[in-house]
Every structure is written in C-alpha cells, then in structure tokens.
Design a protein around this ligand. Structure first.
Ligand SMILES: [Zn+2]
Length: 370
C-alpha cells in the first residue's frame, strides 16, 4: 500500500488530525482494491419462455449435449438455465432461481466495492496534492456512491428479509424469493437516468441518494457539502475561490483585492530581510478544501461500514440458498455452508449453520448515527 503523500503546506492547511484520518481511509481503500480488484463474476438473468419454446429447446439441448434444468411456472411460462452441475439436476427449482439471483448480488457488491474504493483513493490523493480541480469531482461522486449504496442496501435488506422468512415448500419459496428480489436487482443493475428509458428502470435522482445518506447516518452536512462540491466541480463560484484567498478591502474602501495561487495559501509576518518568518506561518482557510476533506472522511467511513454489512447480506443469501453449488458459472463472493463442525465462511464463526437457514433472521443494516 502507498500512503498518500501530503505536502507540509497541505497538512498545515487541513490540520494533522484531518490528514491522518484521510491517510488511514486511503490505505483501507487501497487494501480493499488489493483484495477484490482482481475478482470477477458472471452476472446472468433467467427469463420465462413459452411452453412451446421450452419444449423445442429441451430437444435441441439434448442434441447439443448441453445440461439444462427446466421448471414450469404456475403462470404458464417455463424457466430454464444451463451450466447445471450433475449433482444439482435433481433440484431444478433451486437451480433456475438461486444462482442467477446470487450472480446479480455478487455483481452488485463488486460494483460498489470497486467504485467506492477508487473514489476514496482518488479523493484523498486529489486533496493530498491540492488538486482542487479534480478532487471535488471524486469527493462529490463518493457522496453519490455511498448514498446509492445505502439506498440499494435498504431495498435489498428488506427484500431478503421478506423472502427468507417464508416457510413454504421449496417451489413456492423459490417463487417468492424471485418475486421479492428480482424487481430490486433489476433496478440496481440496470437503473438509468437516460431520458426515454422505461419507467421501471428509472434510477432515483441523485439528490435522493444524498438525502438517504443524511437520513441514515444522521450527518446533516451532506446537502451543504454536495452543493459546494458541485459548484467546485463546475467553472462556478466555488471553483474560482478554491485557488484564492479571502478578499480584503483597503481601509478607505477604495479598493479590494485577493491573492490567487494554485497551492494552499498562507500568511506570515516578514522579518527585516523581507522573508516570511517560518514558525509564524498561518494557513488561510480554504472552504472548498475543507468540504472535500470532511465529506470524504465521513462518506468513506460510512462506505466501509455499509459495504461490510452488504457483504453479510450476500453471504447470507449464498449460504442459505447454497446457490454457488447449483451452477458451474463463476460467482464471487459465493460461500457455501461450512462442513459440519467447521466455522462458517461468512466470518460469523458459528459452527452450526447459524442464521443461514430458511426462516432465520437476516442481517440488519445498522450504521453509526442511525
Ligand atoms: Zn455465517
């Protein structure tokens, strides 16, 4: 890991405690990237066919020597999936349902892990080298990303809690899990703000994410931070003052002036040779830099906390449904139940299956300040 290098002038401007906090968060983000940056998974979706299509394809699959599982739905449609391992052919309902949903959950979690870690790393690196042109972009995107993570977590945690509580037989349960999880996963995976997109795929306005972040963390400064960072991301007022001192007015009122410089500004009395007295240098307050540093620190902490809990949700789904054993496609993360007497791979350390059984409680999203 490479700790971001803060110049002494930047440390003086931001304060030692702020800088240490940001260094720690950047290292944590880099560690996350080192852990999951090379992981990958397949994301796939199962859509109903008509009975006639399914029958035709069943014959073709046999001729092609492909292994498929088929399930007739009460609605009249047929679900089918390939890449089913031999030992799972006796569980067609589970095989057409759980691996696809888990694959979407895996892709969802990796998306947030990769993007969040990149944004934390870049926001901290930007402020460390006082790049007040691009650092606000990363800091603002981090707020959006973490707000989105919380918004989607809320929907997915609720959907999984409803789905897992069902005590129905395996076919009815699979149907319920699919009906609860699919609409949420479709929206998280394909939601967009591009005009003309179908209503069911329209993603929330980004301000919804900012409000969600404020509400779920109790941190009321996100809206203000977001406004400032947006202004600094455009060639607007905040971008102009990011590289200038506060304006000063001559005592006559006849003129006003300010200093403009790319680096952090500071002031100091001069000695009799006209040089600044080093131990009396005082940094000038830079509102844009302060908002980048404070919002990045707050959002990054919530991000790591929520991402760990999101992983508990994915792992609980994977272990409860045993989805990873029902497909030959590559899914990650997709832990399977531990062998008898071994500790659970999700990290809960239980040796008896713990909560990872139908009807047991699901993980709960619980953030500091909420
Ligand atoms: Zn566990």
């Amino acid at each position: 890991m490479m700790p971001p290098k803060f110049a002494s002038s930047v440390t003086r401007a931001l304060g030692v405690d702020r800088v240490q906090d940001l260094v720690d968060l950047s290292l944590r983000a880099q560690e996350l990237t080192a852990t999951v940056g090379d992981e990958w998974c397949t994301e796939f979706w199962v859509a109903p066919m008509t009975p006639a299509q399914a029958e035709g394809w069943r014959r073709s699959a046999i001729e092609l020597r492909e292994t498929w599982s088929f399930v007739n739905l009460k609605s009249g449609g047929v679900l089918a999936v390939d890449e089913v391992p031999d030992h799972a052919l006796s569980q067609p309902v589970a095989a057409v349902t759980y691996p696809a949903l888990l694959s979407q959950l895996c892709a969802w979690w990796l998306f947030h892990a990769w993007r969040g870690a990149d944004l934390v790393t870049d926001a901290v690196s930007g402020i460390a080298s006082w790049r007040l042109t691009t650092a606000p972009l990363a800091a603002r995107a981090l707020i959006e990303q973490v707000g989105c993570l919380l918004h989607e977590c809320r929907s997915l945690f609720n959907a999984w809690a409803d789905a897992k509580a069902g005590r129905a037989g395996s076919a009815a349960r699979a149907e319920m899990v699919r009906s609860k999880m699919t609409p949420v996963l479709v929206k998280t995976s394909m939601g967009t703000r591009i005009s003309g997109s179908p209503e069911r795929l329209q993603a929330p306005n980004v301000l919804t994410y900012v409000k969600r972040l404020e509400k779920m963390t109790g941190e009321k400064r996100y809206s203000k931070w977001y406004d400032w960072l947006s202004d600094a991301s455009h060639p607007a007022f905040a971008a102009r003052i990011a590289s200038s001192s506060e304006a000063m007015v001559h005592e006559t009122g006849a003129l006003a002036f300010r200093f403009v410089a790319k680096g952090p500004l500071s002031s100091a009395p001069l000695d009799n040779t006209g040089k600044a007295i080093a131990d009396r240098i005082r940094p000038q307050f830079n509102e844009v830099a302060a908002h980048i540093a404070d919002s990045t620190a707050a959002a990054a902490k919530t991000y790591f906390e929520a991402l760990i809990q999101a992983r508990q949700l994915v792992d609980d789904f994977a272990i409860t449904t045993r989805a990873g054993a029902l497909t030959q496609r590559h899914l990650w993360p997709a832990p399977l139940p531990a062998r008898t007497g071994h500790p659970c791979p999700c990290g809960c350390n239980r040796r008896d299956g713990g909560i990872h059984r139908w009807g047991q409680p699901t993980p709960v999203l619980n953030l500091l300040g909420s």
